[in-house]
Design a protein around this ligand. Structure first.
Ligand code: RRO
Length: 312
């Protein structure tokens, strides 16, 4: 029987599939549902210092080929997620979970990370540099100068395993420039990709979400080629200590297989989890194992990053 076990920053996970931040992770009830499913672990909804209500509804819409959202960073505030994670690590000391966060300003981001640094939290922290939906706040990771400044400051005090959630990039020069910045830091992982920012979906003559006159982040089938390109571009460019988490367009075991082939060590499920519920983890895992068995692969190491090119 093939194994879909993996590890990130040396922490072992029984399965390489988990939720993508934003889906099934706003409340403890949702997080518990993911934890008790076939998922290898979970990540919490990106937290700010204070709880936020987010943008007005409707703000998330499933559509035939994916989803569009402009949630606007609704969350319960850092203390809610951190308190839960601290309790959980007492109860389940052998399991590791991801905490996602970002401030509404650089100062707030540092306050959040300092609080995590000073806490007993032993898991993985994901700094979300790619929220596309807070009106007036551009996606941080599209500004390379700011990104480099933030990472320099963060690593002057933050010593726990830290990764970053990235938006999709669309130009080879941008892959090169971003990787040159990330390679300067002791990042545990980069997570590629967040939703493709600021798409527009129309039904009849109207947008389908209220905020920002209908503009929102696109997920699902639409984004798999972009997600795979980002996973592989960073797999080729980053130092081997920085692992890749692949997110975007995972509907089937075949999609997860492709993310791993491109270099992903962990694969996140967002839109499909929203559409199908936590049963998606069992289905996608089973489909991935069938593909691995057909190809004679016993572990993810047998094919991770081994994407074949057409020579000549
Ligand atoms: O809450 C959101 O609107 C949101 C966030 Br923080 C994010 O990182 N990605 C996204 O698609 N939506």
């Amino acid at each position: 029987m093939p194994s879909t076990k993996t590890q990130i920053a040396g922490f072992p996970f029984e399965n390489c599939l988990m939720n993508a931040a934003g889906v099934a992770c706003m409340t403890i009830a949702e997080l518990e549902e993911v934890r008790l499913s076939q998922a290898g672990t979970f990540v919490t909804k990106t937290a700010t210092l204070e709880a936020r209500a987010g943008n007005p509804e409707p703000r998330y819409q499933d559509v035939p080929l994916g989803s569009i959202n402009s949630m606007g960073l609704p969350n319960q505030g850092l203390d809610y997620y951190l308190d839960y994670l601290l309790e959980l690590q007492e109860k389940e000391p052998n399991q590791t979970f991801f905490l996602s966060l970002v401030g509404l300003s650089q100062e707030e981001t540092h306050r959040l990370l300092k609080q995590v640094e000073e806490s007993e939290f032993k898991g993985l922290t994901e700094l979300n540099l790619s929220c596309p939906n807070v009106p007036g706040k551009p996606q941080i990771a599209y500004d390379f100068e700011t990104t480099e400044t933030i990472l320099k400051e963060v690593f002057s005090y933050f010593t726990k395993p830290l990764g970053i959630k990235l938006p999709p990039y669309f130009d080879m020069v941008h892959f090169d420039q971003a990787a040159a910045i990330f390679n300067q830091f002791p990042l545990a992982f980069v997570n590629c990709v967040n939703s493709i920012g600021n798409g527009l979906y129309i039904e009849d003559e109207s947008v389908v979400i209220r905020p920002k006159n209908g503009f929102g982040g696109i997920g699902g089938e639409y984004i798999k080629p972009t997600a795979l390109a980002n996973v592989h571009a960073f797999y080729q460019r980053l130092k081997p200590e920085i692992q890749i988490i692949g997110t975007g367009g995972v509907l089937t075991g075949r999609d997860a297989f492709e993310h791993i082939l491109c270099g992903a060590s962990m694969v996140q499920v967002g839109t499909t989890l929203h559409k199908e519920g936590v049963a998606a983890f069992e289905r996608i895992t089973a489909e991935l194992k069938v593909i691995m068995a057909e190809k004679g692969y016993e572990s993810l190491d047998d094919f991770r990053g081994k994407l074949q090119y057409i020579e000549g």
